[in-house]
Design a protein around this ligand. Structure first.
Ligand code: A3D
Length: 320
């Protein structure tokens, strides 16, 4: 069987980390595409030279022309600009929409059969725009945010309970950003839900509330520390988990920004919900029961995404 082909569109901090992880995991041959001349070629060469030491079999190349992504099985999109301190994800809207238009055209022409994972912010609107620009079926175009947001939640919970991160599962719904909805009762340590752990005296509601807030602000916390950009290790590893589920038909149930067609009462919108990712892309959307508080939180989140979609349509009338 021929090796799979992974196209990384955007070769910056996340793009380079994606290439490293995809090579170490031998997911396939890797092409890094970027508009910056020399950058993708340099990163690909550097990474290829780590191959003999690590012992991975993967061909790495860099390119400034979309032809190089021809026939890709997976495209992971990070092209655009990240946040600087003081900027919100939404401040990136105008500039990154233009980037999505050119990336979408490139994918449409050269990789129409790919599974596309968008990471560029503001995530929920960018993945919606990218799907329109590339014209691929909505089940083949998803956004990465929920895996990262729930990983952040899991990390903080594991620290709080002083247990292995391996035993902590967590669930986050809604848009990527300040309105994301971490679901406490679906979050657990080895099957014991967090509310039960509070009753057992392992933590307090106040501490868990603080963790929820820290999860919501997880990206901004890293931006303010790094000062020159945003998180990249955890975002990259989260997208690779999604790509692996597609390439190996693992059928993982992962929170992703998926195209809703009435689920949760929402239509024609990309927002974070639990989905099964397998060889057909998004194979199923899990519609879990929400209580009134979760419903209100989810609605607030969807309203925020709709607000940005409306702004996007005024900037780019071709999206209307
Ligand atoms: P960065 O290191 O700046 O890399 C972006 C790359 O995109 C640069 O190498 C640019 O040259 C390249 N680029 C710009 N315009 C184009 C274009 N038209 N075509 C191709 N390449 C282009 O940023 P990063 O890797 O740190 O972040 C990438 C994106 O991910 C940003 O929009 C971040 O805000 C976003 N991000 C999202 C999450 C989520 O959880 C959704 C987390 C962290 C970062």
């Amino acid at each position: 069987m021929a090796r799979k082909k992974i196209a990384l569109i955007g070769g910056g901090m996340i793009g380079g980390t994606l290439a490293h992880l995809a090579a170490l995991k031998e997911l396939g041959d890797i092409v890094i595409f970027d508009i910056a001349e020399g950058l993708p070629q340099g990163k690909a060469l550097d990474l290829a030279q780590s191959g003999p030491v690590e012992g991975f079999n993967a061909r790495l190349s860099g390119a400034n022309s979309y032809e190089a992504i021809a026939g890709a099985d997976v495209c992971i999109v990070t092209a655009g600009v990240p946040r600087k301190p003081g900027m919100s994800r939404d401040d990136l809207l105008g500039i990154n929409l233009k980037v999505m238009a050119s990336v979408g055209a490139g994918i449409k022409q050269y990789a129409p059969n790919a599974f596309v994972i968008c990471i560029t912010n503001p995530l929920d609107v960018m993945v919606w725009a990218l799907q329109k620009y590339c014209g691929l079926p909505p089940e083949k175009v998803v956004g990465m945010a929920g895996v990262l947001d729930s990983a952040r939640f899991r990390h903080f919970l594991a620290e709080e309970f002083n247990v292995s991160v391996q035993d902590v599962t967590a669930f986050v719904l809604g848009g990527h950003g300040d309105t994301m909805v971490p679901l406490i009762r679906y979050s657990a340590v080895a099957g014991i839900p967090v509310p039960d752990l509070i009753k057992m005296g392992w933590s307090s509601q106040e501490k868990i509330d603080k963790i929820v807030q820290r999860t919501r602000d997880g990206g901004a916390e890293i931006v303010s520390l790094l000062k020159t950009g945003s998180a990249y290790y955890a975002p990259a590893t989260s997208a690779i988990e999604m790509a692996e589920s597609y390439l190996k038909d693992k059928k993982r149930l992962l929170p992703c920004a998926a195209h809703l067609t009435g689920q949760y009462g929402v239509k024609d919108t990309y927002v974070g919900v639990p989905v099964v990712i397998g060889a057909n892309g998004v194979e199923r959307i899990a519609e879990i029961a929400l209580n009134d508080e979760d419903k209100a939180g989810f609605k607030k989140s969807v309203d925020a995404v709709h607000g940005l979609m409306a702004a996007a349509k005024t900037i780019a009338p071709d999206l209307a």
